[in-house]
Design a binder for this molecule. Sequence first.
Ligand SMILES: Nc1ncnc2c1ncn2[C@@H]1O[C@H](COP(=O)(O)OP(=O)(O)OP(=O)(O)O)[C@@H](O)[C@H]1O
Length: 279
Amino acid sequence: MNLSTLARTSLLHLSPLRSTSSTRDNATESVAIEGRNINFSVNTRQGKMVPILKDCSIRIPSGQLWMLLGPNGCGKSTLLKILAGLLTPTNGALYVRRPKSYVFQNPDHQVGTNLSLQTPEASLTMQVVMPTVEADVAFGLGRLNLTNSEVRSRVSKALEAVGMSEYLQRPVQTLSGGQKQRVAIAGALAEACKVLLLDELTTFLDESDQMGVIKAVQNLLDISGEVTALWVTHRLEELEYADGAVYMEDGRVIMHGDAASISKFIKAKQSSYIDRINS
Ligand SMILES: Nc1ncnc2c1ncn2[C@@H]1O[C@H](COP(=O)(O)OP(=O)(O)OP(=O)(O)O)[C@@H](O)[C@H]1O
């Protein structure tokens, strides 16, 4: 999205909040992600303001895996990019625990890339080919002033958390799509990232790679107890791995809460749509 097309913004930064809901055993009571009445509009070339997000509010407890679902074009990626700090909302209030990391949809745009660009809101990564998985995960640590043994320890723990320890010396370009996604997540973890914003990671993956990535994310949340993940997906079946979910339509948050209720709600909508087109 072209930043020059953004409308004037009025963004309030929230302080860390407390939550009363918690479904993962080791979750704390604190909130890792909160957005209140987030609006986002773009100006078209004809000078018309087009609303993309309309009064979106979400609240995600720390230590949990939540999924963000909805039809094509409903605003999922836009909301995720706002949470990542890559886009600025037109107005609303926002809190996202730091450090936070946005992982791209296409693994080839993420792994072997890692040329970091820091903005006040987020870090962006650009493509530079790294020879091995170890070098790739370690790359972002270069700016942290760590000793070699600290770097090795962080890389090894991060790769262990995503089940990729045995790939340490593998050239990145020989990995499958799902393995590249897991290495990208390990890179964020090695930098002690507390919030993972994951944009349709499983879109380009086959079923076994898809499961590998979901399990890796679940595993690292279980191990750390303090990493929170928000996962954008189209796949309803992935909801069974989530602690909670947000369902959007036409730029609005329609439903927000436990994954089972949202799954039921979406299935009911789908079957009523199928009934309508069959009648
Ligand atoms: N710069 C822009 N100018 C005009 N419209 C835009 C711009 N960027 C995004 N949009 C529109 O905003 C809407 C939301 O886009 P977004 O990519 O957030 O949707 P999404 O739910 O992630 O879609 P998908 O599931 O297809 O990836 C879409 O209708 C898109 O066409």
